[in-house]
Design a protein around this ligand. Structure first.
Ligand SMILES: Nc1nc2c(c(=O)[nH]1)N[C@H]1C(S)=C(S)[C@@H](COP(=O)(O)O)O[C@H]1N2
Ligand SMILES: [Mo]
Length: 373
């Protein structure tokens, strides 16, 4: 993964600042995630757990898919982002201090029975752990505002069924202890993959990620998934949340996107070596079905590494081995993903906030490498 350089970060925050004056960009408090490439000295040999799957584990290409489609390996040990490397974005009102003993989640509005649930009440509804990737709508092309974790979850539907929704409910409003608020349609709230998270990577949800309870919805960007959740209100009319009122997308459906992690931008490669071009891709509810790596003018199918369970809500890792025998010079490398509906990334990154406002970006990440004798 390309770590944003200091200059790029400054540029990013300068443009974010400009938009902030207009009041329309989520506060960026990014802590770039250390990537395999950065942890290891060589840029061409990453070894995340998932990528060590032997080629023989590759499942055969399904008979009905086009011959050029990416091959897929399904794994249980998909790469997870450690809690202290997981990006954070919030509206900058500080991290609420919540005392677990007095914490209550209120369920109000158009319900048969209003609820006031303690953390223990929620814990009793635990459905175990599930993997889920979270990405910010303002993640720039090639950016780091994306992470994958194993969460302990409570299906939201169970809580809503306990309260009993009136038939005229159209949306659910969610409020965080920091004053943040947003809404989702009732159909998404009843989705079996809509969760309240009560644990993250084997620990309580860390304070900066929403202790003690945060939301996780499938297929939507982070701005729809409140941290420090204290209230759920069932409403009979459409509702606009904090960022939505400033012009950000109300649907906030994740657009197909991908990032090149190795090699790093401007890497120097010795001609004749095999270079691992790798990265990750993510999309909305339909998942990622294909990733192509562009070298110069040619596109090559990458191999996909996907979670065995619900791969569409977990990032896809991808890889392609590039043989540089006989090559020398400057090469532009790109990656473009296609989602489960056949929507493919197009256009190369650029523009204000890399085109993320108002509904996220699908532009292609490109890097340059130098192959030398
Ligand atoms: N209460 C609250 N929840 C919030 C936010 C916030 O500012 N306050 N930011 C949202 C945004 S824009 C994103 S991308 C995710 C980030 O979650 P993380 O900080 O755990 O990565 O939280 C979402 N939930
Ligand atoms: Mo976000």
């Amino acid at each position: 993964m390309r770590r944003l350089s200091r200059r790029e970060l400054l540029r990013l925050s300068a443009s974010a600042g400009a938009l902030l004056l207009g009041g329309c960009v989520p506060g960026l408090t990014t802590r770039p995630e250390a990537t395999p490439a950065e942890k290891e000295s060589s840029s061409a040999t990453p070894s995340p757990a998932a990528m060590s799957a032997p080629p023989s584990a590759a499942s055969p290409t399904p008979a009905n898919s086009p011959p050029s489609a990416s091959s897929v390996v399904r794994v249980d040990d998909m790469r997870v982002t450690p809690n202290d490397e997981f990006y954070t974005v919030d509206i900058g009102r500080g991290i609420p201090k919540i005392d677990l003993a007095s914490y209550r989640l209120k369920v109000t509005g158009l319900v048969e029975t209003e609820l006031s649930l303690s953390f223990d009440d929620l814990k009793r509804l635990s459905a175990g752990t599930h993997m889920r990737t979270l990405e910010c709508i303002s993640n720039p092309v090639g950016g780091n505002l994306i992470g994958n974790a194993v969460w302990e979850v409570v299906p939201l539907r169970e809580v809503l069924e306990m309260a009993g929704l009136h038939p005229n409910v159209v949306e659910l409003v969610f409020r965080g202890a920091d004053g943040f608020h947003t809404s989702i349609p009732v159909e998404l709230a009843m989705d079996p993959l809509a969760y309240l998270a009560i644990g993250m990577n084997g620990e309580p949800v860390p304070r900066e990620h929403g202790f003690p309870v945060r939301c996780l919805w499938p297929g939507r960007y982070g701005m729809k998934q409140p941290k420090w959740l204290v209230e759920i209100e069932a409403v009979g009319d459409p509702y606009l949340g904090y960022w939505e009122r400033k012009g950000w997308s109300n649907e906030a459906t994740i657009k197909v996107n991908s990032q090149i992690e190795t090699p790093t931008n401007r890497a120097r490669i010795k001609s004749g070596t095999k270079v691992l071009i790798s990265g990750r891709a993510f999309a909305g509810r339909s998942g990622v079905q294909r990733v192509e790596v562009g070298i110069g003018d040619e596109w090559h199918d990458a191999q996909l590494i996907q979670a065995r369970d619900y791969p569409e809500v977990v990032w896809t890792l991808w890889r392609y081995e590039w043989d540089t025998t006989g090559l020398e010079g400057r090469f532009v490398i790109k990656a473009r993903a296609t989602d489960g509906n056949g929507v493919r990334q197009e256009g190369v990154g650029g523009g204000l906030l890399d085109d993320t406002f108002p509904d996220g970006t699908s532009r292609i990440h490109a890097i340059t490498v130098i192959v030398e004798a």
